[in-house]
Design a protein around this ligand. Structure first.
Ligand code: UT7
Length: 312
């Protein structure tokens, strides 16, 4: 076991999803598809679309949900990491906009990262490592996306999959050994052409699917091995919400019961960097989470992939 794994206290979690719903029936009017095809191939029933919100607005709302959930003193936040591929604009960073919306005018280090759908797991690892320096009191890590602005609504291969949303987590440094967090994150830059965004999302669905199943399986084994835990020690696996069949394949190949995988992709589709934190927030909504152990696992364009084990 690596003795240098960070120790972090998970303080809270929040989410925001826009009101407008795009149903499978709505998409049947735009492209040659059917509700039956979408449900049977992906498990997605509907997804949300931001109409009046920018990415920073949704990220701010998710952050406020996390803050209000535990009546947190937001002036303690001095690190903001925003994972997104659909930031408000090139610069300033979306994290800077969130900082301003939160009214945090003290010294805050705030920046965006891009690791596509694995962005939130990357962001958590970066934040956890920075917290170990004891230079920061609390980190706000957010994943937020408006994917509907980079979806080509004439391409049936992609337009049925993606939606908008945001999720956030607040973490603090800890010196309690029981608060050890475990991370694995990696990229395969030589496989960079299967999922790209120039103007719109373009994807070789089959290649992404195959990569996703093997990468998630490997990332789960790797993090269990690193932490010297078994799946019985884990209360819930929170995977990137891309496709129900991908998650079912991973459950099968790892031998983990499917009931241990939390899923909400039927409601939101694939929200990229937002999908894992949004699902964590819904886990908080449904459960008494204190002391529970969760395993996060994701994959995305790049290719990137990663996993984490956290004690809530
Ligand atoms: O965060 C990462 C983002 N990306 C992903 O997670 C994508 C991973 N890949 C997938 O989820 C699946 O590969 C898809 C859902 C994209 C596709 O499912 P599939 O079972 O791999 O379908 P396929 O690519 O084998 O396509 C089967 C057929 C094709 O028609 P032909 O060539 O067999 O005549 C497609 O043109 O389904 C057709 N098709 C559609 N038909 C109706 C593709 N999209 C649609 C659609 N409606 N929306």
């Amino acid at each position: 076991m690596n003795q240098n794994q960070p120790k972090i206290k998970i303080i809270s979690s929040g989410k925001y999803t826009p009101e407008m719903v795009i149903s499978n029936e709505d998409l049947e009017k735009l492209v040659d598809t059917s509700n039956e095809w979408i449900v049977s191939r992906t498990g997605i029933l509907r997804r949300r679309k931001a109409v009046n919100e920018n990415t920073s607005d949704m990220a701010y709302q998710a952050a406020m949900h996390a803050i209000n959930r535990v009546h947190y003193d937001k002036s303690k936040i001095d690190l903001i990491i925003m994972a997104t591929i659909t930031g408000d604009q090139m610069t300033p960073s979306t994290a800077n906009f969130v900082q301003a919306k939160l009214g945090l005018d003290h010294e805050v280090m705030s920046f965006d990262i891009n690791a596509a759908c694995t962005g939130f797991v990357y962001g958590l690892e970066i934040a956890s490592a920075l917290l170990q320096t004891n230079r920061f009191r609390a980190a706000l890590v957010i994943g937020g996306e408006i994917l509907t602005k980079i979806v080509d609504y004439t391409d049936r291969n992609t337009c049925v999959l993606f939606g908008d949303g945001a999720g956030a987590m607040i973490i603090e440094p800890s010196d309690d050994q029981n608060d050890t967090a475990y991370f694995f994150n990696a990229a395969k830059g030589d496989m960079n052409d299967s999922l790209t965004v120039k103007k719109f999302i373009e994807m070789d669905g089959k290649k992404v699917y195959q990569f996703a199943v093997s990468a998630m399986e490997q990332a789960i084994h790797k993090i269990l091995n690193e932490s010297q835990l078994t799946i019985d020690d884990i209360d819930m696996v929170i995977p990137h919400q891309a496709n129900e069949r991908i998650i079912q394949s991973v459950a099968k190949s790892t031998g983990i019961p499917i009931s241990k995988f939390m899923m909400n992709l039927s409601e939101y589709g694939n929200t990229s960097a937002a999908s894992i934190p949004l699902t964590i927030s819904e886990y908080y909504d449904q459960n008494e989470t204190k002391g529970k152990k969760i395993l996060l696992v994701g994959f995305g364009g790049g290719f990137t992939w990663g996993s984490a084990i956290l004690k809530l």
